[in-house]
Design a protein. Structure first.
Length: 279
């Protein structure tokens, strides 16, 4: 897989670096970024970075299947991880609110809650319980997801404004200024901030910062930046110190340290990109 500039693939790099048997199916349709699965054999802490996304995660062990809905974190976090579990999950695009999830993004920020209490149809667990093939799990999920999306009501009022703001932020790779959002939507900065906070749990500025950070991960994971100064400018940062400061806030390490980490950890080689939908 190489660097692409058309659509962001929001990533959790430490999932790849800390896990084994990491499979990924890039989808980039219906508001879904990609499907993925992995195992972690040893217990410990797993690091999570901000991605602006909702994930639906299914955790398999020897006796049962548990499902969770996970919201974005707003800074680097570490969570305990039990050994021996296999995970199958779907990551939605940044800011995407799936119709099958009954909680809004504000309620999910920094949380991992049981699937049964957060979706319109908890039958997903039953449907996926006996599926062991990665592609079959994707197929089963997509059938249920597509049915829920087809029943979705059209957004209006505040929700429509939030969608418009997210689309503008996403289309600009997080570079758009808040004043420009006012110009593009016709609403005041104060009103946009208030409505966005109500729906998302964080401000448009934070959402843009997360998009910028994820684009930086994309560049470092799949690109070959010759100079960090050039990388900072292309990503929309004022200068390299700001790039380093923001990146460290979200990843816990500097861009150069991260680049060395993914090179020594053979990040690209660790991902099995299955490519079912590219065939």
């Amino acid at each position: 897989m190489i660097l692409q500039n058309d659509k962001l693939r929001p990533t959790q790099p430490f999932f790849v670096l800390q896990a084994e048997d990491f499979k990924q199916e890039v989808y980039l349709r219906q508001g879904i970024s990609h499907f993925y699965s992995f195992r972690i054999k040893e217990p410990g802490m797993i690091r999570v970075v901000p991605d602006g996304c909702i994930d639906i995660s299914f955790e398999y062990d020897n006796t049962s299947l548990k499902g969770y809905v996970c919201g974005t974190v707003l800074s680097l976090q570490e969570y305990p991880w039990e050994a021996g579990k296999e995970v199958f999950a779907v990551r939605f695009m940044p800011g995407m609110q799936p119709a099958m999830i009954t909680r809004n993004m504000r309620e999910l920020v920094g949380k991992k809650i049981p699937l049964e209490s957060a979706v319109t149809d908890s039958g997903l667990l039953e449907l996926l319980e006996n599926e062991t093939d990665f592609y079959q799990r994707i197929r089963v999920f997509l059938e249920a997801f597509t049915m829920a999306e087809n029943r979705k009501e059209k957004p209006y009022g505040k929700k429509e404004l939030v969608i418009a703001v997210k689309q503008l932020a996403y289309a600009s790779d997080g570079k758009i200024k808040i004043a420009k959002l006012q110009e593009q939507t016709g609403y005041s900065v104060r009103y946009i901030n208030r409505v966005f906070l109500e729906e998302m749990g964080f401000s448009p500025k934070v959402f843009c910062k997360i998009i910028q950070f994820q684009k930086a991960l994309e560049l470092l994971n799949y690109g070959e930046p010759e100079k960090m100064t050039d990388a900072a400018v292309s990503l929309g940062y004022y200068d390299q110190p700001q790039f380093i400061r923001d990146f460290k806030r979200y990843a816990g390490i500097t861009p150069n340290q991260y680049l060395k980490l993914i090179e020594s950890g053979k990040y690209r080689e660790r991902i099995d990109n299955t490519g079912f939908f590219a065939r």
